[in-house]
Design a binder for this molecule. Structure first.
Ligand SMILES: NC(=O)c1ccc[n+]([C@@H]2O[C@H](COP(=O)([O-])OP(=O)(O)OC[C@H]3O[C@@H](n4cnc5c(N)ncnc54)[C@H](OP(=O)(O)O)[C@@H]3O)[C@@H](O)[C@H]2O)c1
Length: 284
């Protein structure tokens, strides 16, 4: 008789949260498969024929959808994936969702309606957007140009998101929970950038622009139209103060406080995330 060790499937397992989830599971000795277009077998949200092979042998799935769970089409795609997972006897799903976004909540509902044993990890803006995503280049240049006004946002650390996701993937007590995750204090983007300047010892400034200036510049730089639309939605609609208050999601899930942005900035600076690459001409 052959026995197969069942694994946890981590979609987006090379991304900001998925990478951290996969690292934690592996460190716990939990067999883990990364869902990636470069995986073997490959996984591609845009090609539904790749979904069943990665589900083979899985007992739980971390779902981080790309590009964004609030993007057009996400509800249908994530819902179809969840129905396939449940039909293949993989009902244990942990969905990374977005806070204060009606479209993201529709995606959560589509997954719920599949009959999945679901935990929703509904996150606010990641701190790591400054060090691992679209704000990184601006930080390196010393000017973070955004249409973010002075609305405070309690940025959450991706390490906290991963800790909650791993708890949910490995402990059934989290089934049916919706964890709304924030950091411990709201900061405006100007204050967040000032924390980064302090941690790096470099001159990094926040430069506010209008949504129109921002989208026009992004289009001129060749940012794809759907990404520009998404950023306009996130900055123009979602960042209206609805998400400014802190929540208890991290402590409810983990029994400890979330990480503060100043600690994130200190750790990211120490890791070299904001070291300016030699020869780029942006060394300050
Ligand atoms: N950023 C925020 O502040 C924020 C806040 C709340 C919620 N969220 C949600 O977080 C989710 C993204 O999670 P994340 O930031 O951890 O991920 P991420 O860093 O954006 O990366 C996810 C991975 O997606 C993969 N990918 C790209 N195109 C793909 C495709 N066609 N099929 C399959 N995989 C593809 C890439 O991996 P490969 O190259 O290996 O395929 C990439 O490593 C989104 O759904 C978003 O709504 C984000």
């Amino acid at each position: 008789m052959t026995t197969t060790t069942r694994h946890t499937l981590v979609l987006g397992g090379r991304g900001k949260t998925g990478r951290r989830v996969a690292q934690r599971l592996t460190a716990m000795g939990q067999p883990t498969r990364i869902g990636s277009r470069a995986g073997q077998p490959p996984f591609d949200w845009e090609d539904a024929s790749t979904w069943a092979p990665v589900l083979d042998g899985a007992d739980a799935v971390y779902i981080s959808y790309y590009p964004d769970v609030a993007a057009p089409g996400a509800v249908e795609i994530v819902g179809a994936f969840a129905r396939l997972a449940v039909s293949r006897d993989v009902p244990r799903l942990v969905l990374l969702s977005g806070r204060g976004e009606a479209a993201a909540e529709q995606a959560e509902q589509a997954v719920r309606e599949s009959g999945a044993a679901l935990t929703v990890v509904r996150s606010t803006w990641f701190a790591q957007n400054f060090s691992e995503d679209y704000m990184l280049d601006d930080v390196l240049r010393g000017e973070v140009v955004l249409p973010a006004s002075d609305t405070p946002e309690p940025f959450v650390d991706a390490d906290d998101i991963a800790d909650v996701a791993v708890a949910a993937l490995t402990d059934d007590r989290h089934v049916r929970e919706v964890y709304e995750l924030t950091g411990p204090r709201p900061l405006t983007f100007a204050e967040a950038v000032a924390e980064i300047a302090h941690a790096t010892g470099r001159d990094v400034r926040y430069v506010p622009v209008s949504i129109e200036e921002y989208t026009t510049a992004a289009i001129a730089q060749g940012v794809p139209g759907e990404v520009v639309e998404l950023l306009a939605y996130l900055f123009g609609e979602v960042l209206d103060g609805r998400n400014s208050h802190v929540t208890d999601g991290v402590s409810r899930a983990l029994g400890r406080a979330p990480k503060d942005f100043a600690d994130y900035a200190r750790d990211a600076a120490a890791s070299g995330a904001w070291d300016v690459p030699v020869g780029t001409g942006v060394d300050r």
